[in-house]
Design a protein around this ligand. Structure first.
Ligand code: HEM
Length: 227
C-alpha cells in the first residue's frame, strides 16, 4: 500500500509548507512586536496548545472516517474513495502537528519538559499519568501508520488487530487532552472534544450493529436471491 497516493502528495507537501510558514510567520510577528525572550511572551506555550488541539482533531477525523468506512455509510453517496484518501491523509498529518506539540512543550520554559519527558511515559513531572497516555498514543499511532505501510507484507489478522487499536487510542488521547490540557473546560475546547466523542459513539454503535447483522445467518430466500 502506498501511504500517500499520487494525488495526495502535493497537498501533503503544501500542508507541511503552510504549517511551517504559519509558525515562522507567527514567530517573526511575535519577535517584531514583542522582542522579549520567547519564555516571556509565551509563544511556545501557544504553539504547544494549538498544535495539540490540531493533532487531536486530525486524529479524530482519521479514526471516524476509518471506523465509518466499513459501515457502508460512504458507499451510499459514492464517497468511499474520497473518504479513504481523507482518512489516510489526516492520519499522516497528525505527525507534523505532533512534532510542533512536542517542540512547543520542550521550548516553553514555564514547565520544564526535557527530551526524556517527551518520550518516556511517567517521566514528566507535570501530570505524569495524563501526559503518559499521550506518549503511549503517539507510539501506537506510529505503529499503526508503519504497519499500514507494510500491509501487504503482514498477516491480515495482525494488521487488522493493530488497526483496531485506533479505537482505544482515540479514547486515550481524548483523556490525555482533557486531563492535561490548559484549555479543558473552556467552551470552545468542550466543543472540540464533545463533537468527535459524540460522533465516535454513533459510529462505533453503527459498526457494532452492521457487524452483528452481517454475522446473523441469512434467510434461505435472501441466500437464493444472491445466487
Ligand atoms: C497523538 C498524540 C497527541 C495528541 C493528539 C495530543 C493532544 C493534546 C491536546 C488536545 C491537548 C490539550 C491542549 C489544550 O488544552 O490546550 C494536549 C495537552 C498536552 N499534551 Fe498532548 N497530545 C499528544 C501527544 C502528547 C505527547 C507525546 C506528549 C509528551 C509529553 C504530550 C504532552 C502534553 C502536555 C504536557 C499537555 C498540556 C499542555 C498545556 O495545555 O499546557 N502530548 N495534548
Amino acid at each position: 500500500m502506498q501511504l500517500i497516493v499520487k494525488p495526495q502528495r502535493l497537498p501533503f507537501v503544501y500542508t507541511w509548507v503552510a504549517v511551517a510558514a504559519v509558525i515562522a510567520g507567527s514567530y517573526a510577528l511575535v519577535f517584531l512586536t514583542d522582542p522579549a525572550p520567547a519564555s516571556a511572551n509565551r509563544m511556545h506555550w501557544y504553539v504547544a496548545r494549538a498544535s495539540g488541539m490540531t493533532s487531536y482533531i486530525l486524529l479524530a477525523i482519521a479514526v471516524l472516517l476509518g471506523a465509518s468506512s466499513s459501515t457502508g455509510l460512504w458507499d451510499r453517496w459514492k464517497l468511499r474513495k474520497l473518504t479513504t484518501q481523507l482518512h489516510q491523509f489526516s492520519a499522516l498529518l497528525v505527525f507534523p502537528f505532533l512534532f510542533f506539540h512536542l517542540w512547543g512543550l520542550h521550548a516553553d520554559t514555564s514547565v520544564p519538559f526535557p527530551l526524556p519527558s517527551l518520550f518516556i511515559p511517567l517521566h514528566a513531572s507535570y501530570r505524569p499519568m495524563a501526559v503518559g497516555l499521550g506518549i503511549l498514543v503517539m507510539y501506537g499511532w506510529v505503529l499503526l501508520i508503519v504497519t499500514s505501510y507494510f500491509r501487504e507484507k503482514l498477516n491480515a489478522k495482525v494488521w487488522r488487530t493493530i488497526h483496531i487499536l485506533a479505537f482505544p487510542m482515540f479514547i486515550g488521547v481524548t483523556l490525555h487532552g482533557l486531563l492535561s490540557g490548559t484549555d479543558t473546560g473552556k467552551p470552545w475546547a468542550t466543543l472540540v472534544y464533545a463533537i468527535p466523542c459524540a460522533l465516535f459513539l454513533l459510529v462505533s454503535g453503527r459498526r457494532l450493529f452492521v457487524t452483528r447483522s452481517r454475522r446473523q445467518p441469512q434467510h434461505p430466500k435472501q441466500r437464493e436471491g444472491q445466487n
